[in-house]
Ligand binder design. Structure first.
Ligand code: AMP
Ligand code: MG
Length: 486
């Protein structure tokens, strides 16, 4: 209904500079988002807009709805779908953006480069049998969880806006359609490298590797073996990322290699969810029948995905294949101890430990063991631990912890302060997320959604807005399941 126009300039302030389009053409296909019937802005992230240097205060709501649904294209955008491949539940597949369109890269006021992507804006040449569309519930869910993960201090893609389209999408039933505007350091995935390796051309592969290093690891360019350094830097960022997930009880749910970003950001919020009760075997995703992506399996899966990444880089690691394999193996062998270091450092902070002692890991494991045995709430247990209040679930553990705390020269207030900075008061609890989504999608009532977002925005601070978001789920909600956001 609306002619695409780059002359109408919906919301000024965009500063596009599209470097991905300079890569060899196999990496993308240009495509225009499809127009939608009745675009309406459902959510808009003004604080992110501020960071991006977009003058949102002057924003015209109907123009914004057109922009964030793909009906109008901002000046300087060069819409494309990115090609990639990936291992899905262990099986290799050729994929690509089937329902996402990259508008381009926006340069923020600080010079930082951001991918601006519309998710759910129509079919592309990679859509296969899919409709290229997204339902409102899953896009609002991605908005909530990605912003919560951001506020928890974990690298992640972010959500700038959700627009409804006024058109139904057909899933098991008809659902309201929507488009999410996703903002990311980039959308380059392990799967992008798998796609590159598939081309059987070291030139095409090298172009992607150099581009990615330039964008995310510029300090490594020009080193002795830059591709080895690149591999090891990605290994390190992923070890840090998955440790952060575990520390807050996050389960990604679909850690296929196409859902793992080389930037080290959390990406693709489909069936993800947070633990309530501490159980390392927790799986929420309905399609993860064998628990491949269970809570405690995540570090092992990251390691497995990194091995797929290393395989792609082999031709760049050494001209001799045998030697290249040795290099990859040596680099991959760094992962387990890197992960453990990040995890243990994070756990020390959660327990108020400023110093390092050899017994700390055992102290952590025995706490987790007791929590698992007693089906304790993960988030609330950490938040409620206090040196001066016995943890009645396991008083022996509590006294061991207090003895350990006494061996560092810190006051109880120091300990409490460190713990408060590392143990969130709120996480996006599944039943609260569902409640907000049902109200927004079925009743058009955004109040619960906005209240939830406010509670999640400063997760480490107490405050009135946290009221009602700290309680664990009611009895009987153990079998909670999530579904892929398609
Ligand atoms: P995901 O499980 O969301 O990471 O998606 C896996 C692949 O399926 C990606 O290549 C997506 O672009 C594609 N895909 C997911 N949903 C749709 C859809 N509704 N239409 C077309 N492609 C889709
Ligand atoms: Mg994906």
């Amino acid at each position: 209904m609306n002619p695409k126009s780059t002359k109408d300039f919906p919301m000024a302030g965009w500063h596009f500079d599209n470097s991905y389009a300079q890569l060899p053409e196999v990496y993308f296909t240009r495509v225009q988002p499809g127009s939608v019937r009745l675009p309406k802005l459902v959510l808009f992230n003004s604080s992110l807009a501020e960071n991006l240097g977009l003058p949102w205060k002057d924003m015209d709501l109907s123009e914004a709805a057109f922009l964030f649904s793909g009906n109008t294209i901002p000046e300087g955008a060069d819409p494309m779908a990115q090609a990639y491949a990936g291992h899905q539940f262990g099986h290799f597949t050729v994929l690509g953006d089937g329902r996402a369109i990259l508008l381009g890269e926006h340069l923020g006021p600080d010079g930082k480069r951001w991918d601006i992507q519309l998710k759910g804006s129509g079919r592309t040449s990679y859509s296969r049998r899919g409709d290229g569309r997204a339902a409102l519930g899953p896009m609002l869910r991605e908005y909530i969880i990605s912003e919560a993960v951001y506020a928890l201090g974990i690298p992640t893609t972010r959500s700038l806006a959700v627009a409804s389209t006024g058109e139904p999408v057909l899933r098991e039933e008809e659902l309201p359609g929507s488009v999410l505007t996703r903002v990311a350091a980039s959308h380059i995935r392990v799967g992008t490298f798998e796609y590159a390796a598939m081309q059987q051309s070291s030139e095409i592969l090298r172009a992607l590797a150099d581009y990615t290093m330039h964008r995310h690891y510029p300090d490594l360019l020009g080193g002795a073996n830059p591709y080895r350094s690149f591999l090891e830097a990605v290994i390190e960022r992923q070890a840090s990322l998955v440790a952060k997930w575990l520390l807050v009880g996050f389960i990604h749910g679909v850690m296929n290699t196409d859902n793992m970003a080389i930037s080290g950001e959390t990406i693709d919020y489909g069936p993800c969810a947070f633990l309530d009760v501490y159980d390392p075997a927790t799986v929420f995703s309905s399609i993860d029948r064998n628990g491949r992506y269970a809570y405690a399996n995540q570090p092992g899966i990251v390691h497995w995905n990194l091995a797929r990444f290393a395989e792609c880089l082999l031709p760049l690691l050494d001209s001799d294949e045998g030697r290249a394999i040795e290099v990859a193996k040596e680099s991959l062998a760094l992962f387990p101890s890197l992960f453990q270091q990040y995890r243990l450092a994070g756990m020390r902070a959660k327990l108020g430990l400023f110093t390092e002692e050899p017994g700390d890991l055992a102290l952590v494991e025995s706490l987790l063991h007791a929590m698992n045995r007693n089906r304790s709430d993960y988030t609330n247990t950490f938040r409620d631990l206090d040196p001066e209040r016995v943890w009645t679930t396991d008083a022996a553990w509590h006294s061991e912890w207090v003895t350990r705390l006494r061996r560092q020269e810190k006051t109880i207030d120091d300990v409490r302060r460190l713990m408060r900075l590392n143990n969130p008061v709120v996480i996006p609890r599944n039943f609260k997320v569902e409640e907000a989504l049902v109200a927004a999608v079925s009743a058009g009532n955004n109040d619960p959604l906005n209240r939830l977002l406010a509670a999640l925005a400063k997760p480490f601070e107490d405050g009135a807005e946290k009221q009602g978001y700290q309680e664990p789920p009611p009895e009987g909600s153990e079998g909670y399941q999530t579904f892929c956001g398609t």
